[in-house]
Design a protein around this ligand. Sequence first.
Ligand code: SF4
Length: 330
Amino acid sequence: MQTPAPTVDGSKPVLEVVNLVKEFSLQRSLLVRRRDRVHAVDGVSFKVEVGETLGLVGESGCGKSTLARAVMRLIEPTSGQIYIDGTDIVPLSKRQLRPYRRQLQIVFQDPFASLNPRLSAAEIVAEPLDVHDIGSAEERMERVVELFQRVGLRASQMKNFPHQFSGGQRQRIGIARALASNPRLIVADEPVSALDVSIQAQVVNLLMDIQQERKLSYLFIAHDLAVVAHISHKIAVMYLGRIVEFAERRALFTQPLHPYTEALLAAVPVPNPALKREREVLGGELPSPINPPSGCHFRDRCPHAFDRCQSESPALREIGSGHLVACHLH
Ligand code: SF4
């Protein structure tokens, strides 16, 4: 039976995440004697408004992809709320969740691994239409042709299989599939990280054009600030499962407050190296989330750490209008 779309209330954020936690328990072994728990996502809150892109940035292993999957309920959150148009989807059963799934789609990092190699490109793009029983067979085919054209693929390529496309074209198929059910929000999990730099810009521009046409919202995840800079209206910086800074794009780039954001900015290439800002380049590695440092999780890598950072975890506080930071310096 066709799943009806939920009622849309344009006055509410498309997505609101409140205090989301995702823990994984480690099995006992010779190395792990206690049943330790890893906080992959540790009390994360944010909103994504209609037609807005929230960029979520952090190093590999900081919990971004776990957060993306928890928001989609591809993995179950340990606690917290996920509101889609004002309805908390965490307590919903799989059947109750179906209409919300239609509103919420995902584009994965690896366009090859995320496409079924045994299905033709047309069958892949039509999958959400089949799953949600949208339209007749003829209407579905028309929709697939329209989506192919919209993402810059030729109708003559519809019967081809994933291995017959380039990496950029495969990601276009992934985007067409995500658009098929006419969602309101797309979670884009490192959608351009596996692509050549020249292709990255094309895919980001395509996503931005589609956003304008459809008032789509994106949660756009990347490990590199340079990638989210172009597309994001707001940016959240994540470190070891927590958001450490949240701001409008311009404020984040011109007035970064957290030492970790400063370090990420130092890694962003600038056209003229003589203009490169005097910023600390990030040293060391992301600590293990199994045994994070006490107090501020960033203290082992922070050039400004002081006594209080060892004992007290800094709360995320609003410093200026819409600019939040978790650091004892502020
Ligand atoms: Fe650095 Fe301390 Fe701020 Fe953490 S709280 S970022 S260690 S100054």
